[in-house]
Structure formats: C-alpha cells, structure tokens
Design a protein around this ligand. Structure first.
Ligand code: NAD
Length: 329
C-alpha cells in the first residue's frame, strides 16, 4: 500500500508516519506539507519522501498524488483562534484544500481517502455524548471549514464512488505536540510546565471535561481503516467516550512524576466548551479490534518525550554557554 499523508510533518502526521513505517502493509510513504506549522525536524531520520508544498498548489498536489493507493488528509490550518483571525485563509486550507485533495485523488484513481475532521463541528450543540447524527453548529471558521470538508467527502463518495472516511478527532495528545504557542493544547502545556517546576495554568475551575485520545490510538484506527479499506457515508467520531476533567489529568500527572504539581487559575476563555465526549458506538462497530491507550500510559509516553526534548535542548547549547532548563521530577 502506497500512502500519501498531507500535513504529515505536523503533530499527528509525524506520529502517523512513524506508526505506518511499522505497518507491514505499507510499502511506501510520501508526505505533502507546506511546513506552516509542521517541520522537517518532526520527520528527521524517518524513511519518508517529504515534499514541501501546499495542497492548494494544483501541480504539486497532482505530482504528490501520482501512484498512491490511499491518502490520509491531515493538512489544515489547525488553530481555531488562527481561523478566527484569518477566516479566508482558513477556508482555503480547510475547505477548498480538502476539495482539492478529493478531486486530485479522484483523477488519480486513488482507492481511498481518510480525512481529519474535528469535534468542533458540534460547536453550540450541548448534547452529551456527541452522536454523529446529532446537529452540528460550528462556532469558528475552523469548524465551518471542517464541516465543509466532511460534506465534500460524503459528496465524492456518493457522486464518484470514491471511498472516503472522515474522522472527527476530539482532543488528541502525545509526543511531538507543541506546548509553545499561545493556543497550545492543555496536555502539552501542563506537562511542560510541571516538568519545568512552573505552575500549570487552569482556565476556569478545571472541571471542564475532554475526551482525550492518545495519538498512537488515532494512528492505529487510521491504519486499520487504510488496511481494510473501511469507508462510511457519514463522519465517524474518533474518540472512546472517556470524559476526563483537568483535575483528573493533573492527578495522573502527579502520580507519574511522584510529586505534587502547583496550580494557578485564570479566567475561563471565551468560546471554550465545558464538556466534550464522543459517542463511540459507530467507531467500535467499524473498528472492533482497536483498543484505546489509557490516559496513564499515554501521559507517561508524553512525559518521556518532553523530558527527552528538554535534555536535547540542554545538549545542543555549546559548552561554556550551557543554558540550563530546569527539569523537575
Ligand atoms: P498540525 O498543525 O501539527 O498539523 C497540520 C499540518 O498541516 C502541519 O504540518 C502544517 O504544516 C500542514 N499544513 C497546513 N496547511 C497546509 C497546506 N495548505 N498544504 C500542506 N500542508 C499544510 O496539527 P495536528 O494537531 O497534527 O492536526 C492534524 C489534523 O487533525 C488537522 O486537520 C486538524 O485540524 C485535525 N484535528 C486535530 C485535533 C487535535 O487534537 N490535534 C483535533 C481535531 C482535529
């Protein structure tokens, strides 16, 4: 199976490359990424054909698509606040970009397109857990673009017989996820702060819940879908119905570090949803073999990665100018 992964130099993409390299059915991996948030460093040392370019560049996309059996489409402007600031660019990358990928795949005779949508499409809908057939109500250009991408995936399946599968990811976390930008996800922020002996910042009272999904579990589902050519006319939630509040995440982190983690509280952020939890019946029906990594195991691997990164940062500073980043725990 010859894979194209768009956005393969990003957080989930680089983890997918690593997992796909261990998958016997995968013979060859190509990545198309414009390196806007991803980086070459994420793929360093991995046997992958990395092509720098945008999915909005028709020529580069067509070349990247040539000879591929399966496309995993992850490329996106992945920041919700970024999309609020730049709605036209977000629409370009997330909606038009997805249409371009589907059309290029159809022209090239690709067997299947698996694509990343998001739980953000549920937006203002307060139902819990979130069922795929419940109403969607995007609250940001990001979510609107993801919903458009899902709709095009269904339309390409119905109109052209292209096998598509849109996954709604929830809160994916794991090694390689950045902590160092203003809208970084909560787990890398917590782990980085705790390891550096800084207080973790909780927005609100910490009782908000998320359906955290370890990145290797996401990759296992995607690769199982590719291996067995699983497709579906509607989007599928990719999370396991584990509703965890931030205090429980911190308790787990303290257990792993073997010491308490200091908390500081900040006002709730506008637009943050209080609770998020996937109905996972459809996922379990389509992927009965996949089991989810526990939060304890996923967090342990994430902590190990952050520790290794901090050690590397100390190493690369020339002797005599040794910058010491304290790594506690
Ligand atoms: P990421 O920002 O690390 O990865 C996105 C990748 O796409 C980056 O490498 C970026 O350089 C690339 N990219 C952006 N625009 C591009 C373009 N026009 N052409 C080519 N490449 C482009 O984000 P991630 O967390 O790895 O997310 C991967 C996918 O999963 C995205 O589609 C995102 O919307 C979706 N998703 C992620 C989460 C999560 O919790 N991380 C949740 C819901 C959905």
């Amino acid at each position: 199976m010859r894979l194209l992964i768009t956005g393969g130099a990003g957080f989930i993409g680089a983890n997918l490359v690593r997992n796909a390299l261990a998958e016997p059915a995968v013979t060859d991996i190509r990545v198309l990424d414009d390196l806007s948030t991803g980086s070459r460093a994420n793929l360093a040392g991995l046997d992958v054909d990395l092509r720098e370019g945008s999915i909005l560049d028709e020529t580069r996309l067509a070349r990247a698509m040539t000879g591929r059996d399966v496309v995993v489409h992850l490329a996106a402007m992945s920041s919700v606040p970024g999309s609020v600031e730049h709605p036209i660019a977000a629409h370009g990358a997330n909606a038009t970009g997805t249409l371009c990928v589907l059309e290029a795949a159809r022209r090239e005779g690709v067997r299947q397109v698996v694509l990343a949508s998001s739980s953000s499409v549920y937006g203002a809908n307060p139902d819990l857990p979130k069922h795929e057939l419940t109403w969607t109500s995007p609250l940001s250009p990001y979510a609107a673009g993801k919903l458009a991408g899902e709709a095009y995936a269904s339309a390409y399946q119905a109109s052209y017989g292209l096998a598509t599968l849109a996954f709604r990811f929830f809160n994916v976390y794991g090694p390689g996820q950045r902590h160092d930008h203003p809208y970084a996800a909560v787990i890398p922020r917590f782990v980085h702060a705790a390891l550096h002996g800084e207080p973790v910042v909780i927005h609100g009272d910490g009782r908000q819940t998320r359906d955290f999904t370890y990145v290797d579990t996401v990759c296992a589902v995607i690769l199982d879908a590719a291996r067995r050519s699983v497709h579906h006319p509607q989007p599928v939630n990719l999370a396991f119905g584990t509703r965890t509040d931030l205090h429980a995440v911190l308790a787990e982190l303290e257990q792993i570090l073997g010491r308490p983690v200091e908390r500081s509280f900040a006002p709730r952020r506008v637009g943050d949803v209080l609770h998020s939890e996937a109905d996972n019946q459809l996922l379990r029906r389509l992927f009965p073999e996949v089991t989810a990594a526990s939060l304890a195991d996923g967090l342990r691997a994430t902590v190990a990665w952050h520790r290794a990164q901090a050690a590397r940062r100390v190493d690369v500073v020339p002797q005599g100018k040794r910058r010491v980043e304290p790594v506690a725990g």
